[in-house]
Ligand binder design. Structure first.
Ligand code: SF4
Ligand code: SF4
Length: 248
């Protein structure tokens, strides 16, 4: 049987370090902020009818999320912390090499592999130039990452699970209470650096420690608004200066 092998070796072009948000674990976000750089917060939510309960997608999303009260029901919220590299990563050197190579975030070590188990690695979805894919180094065979990369991917997925409650609690503490709806849009906050760092240092364990936080969902799509209203979800106004809103 022929195997589907993907070969790759980073050529140090630095393209993947520019024009994006860099997903971080909670510990990495603390380090990123401590170095004097900004971290954005992306909040998304879903509810049980989003996927069949027995599906792998539901299990994956449930592990990365926490249940919070929203209106007269409960939703599950995922908070993603991401280093701001919208022009370019603040750690990128003039020679396009990583200035914190030994301490770079997990996601930078894993790229171009996918962390999400439901997204297949595709060369045309990646920033890497064609000659990076002409290497002899095998990174993936029949959809399986090579063992070293696989261990990093597992570490990243595990951090998503173990950080989930603290990250949502930090959002509640900072009053970042409006979430987008999964696969519909992204609500992106750019909290002030010192405030976010302080909130991370002060973080209590769970969102239940912030009972005054009134979670709301921002949805602009009329049919989804109707579905969520019928489910007793509290909806936010269709405009806000508190976050940027990107419909997917
Ligand atoms: S931390 Fe390093 S590898 Fe990661 S995006 Fe920044 S410069 Fe690139
Ligand atoms: S875009 Fe690809 S080849 Fe270029 S630095 Fe990033 S990982 Fe390496």
């Amino acid at each position: 049987m022929q195997s589907n092998t993907i070969r790759f070796s980073c050529v140090g072009c630095g393209v993947c370090c520019k024009g994006r948000l860099i997903p971080l674990t909670l510990a990495e976000a603390r380090q990123w902020l401590s170095r004097g750089h900004d971290v954005s917060v992306i909040i998304e939510a879903f509810d049980e009818p989003t996927w069949p309960r027995s599906s792998q997608e539901f299990d994956h999303a449930r592990g990365r999320s926490v249940s919070v009260r929203c209106g007269n029901t409960r939703i599950r919220v995922i908070a993603l912390f991401a280093g701001k590299a919208l022009e370019q990563c603040p750690n990128l050197s003039a020679d396009n090499l990583c200035g914190i190579y030994e301490e770079r975030p997990l996601v930078c070590r894993i790229y171009p592999m996918e962390i999400n188990p439901f997204i297949a690695l595709r060369q045309d979805n990646k920033a890497c130039p064609p000659h990076a894919w002409e290497s002899n180094d095998v990174i993936c065979t029949d959809g399986r990452a090579d063992p070293a990369l696989g261990a990093l991917i597992n570490q990243s997925r595990q951090a998503d699970i173990s950080d989930a409650s603290s990250k949502v609690a930090i959002c509640a503490q900072l009053g970042l209470n409006v979430t987008s709806w999964k696969d519909n849009a992204l609500a992106v906050y750019f909290p002030q650096r010192e405030k976010l760092l302080e909130a991370i240092h002060r973080a209590k364990g769970t969102p239940e420690d912030y009972p005054d936080c009134e979670w709301q969902v921002r949805v602009d799509d009329p049919s989804l608004r109707e579905r969520l209203t019928a489910s007793a979800v509290a909806l936010a106004a269709n405009e806000s200066a508190e976050y940027t809103f990107h419909v997917l």
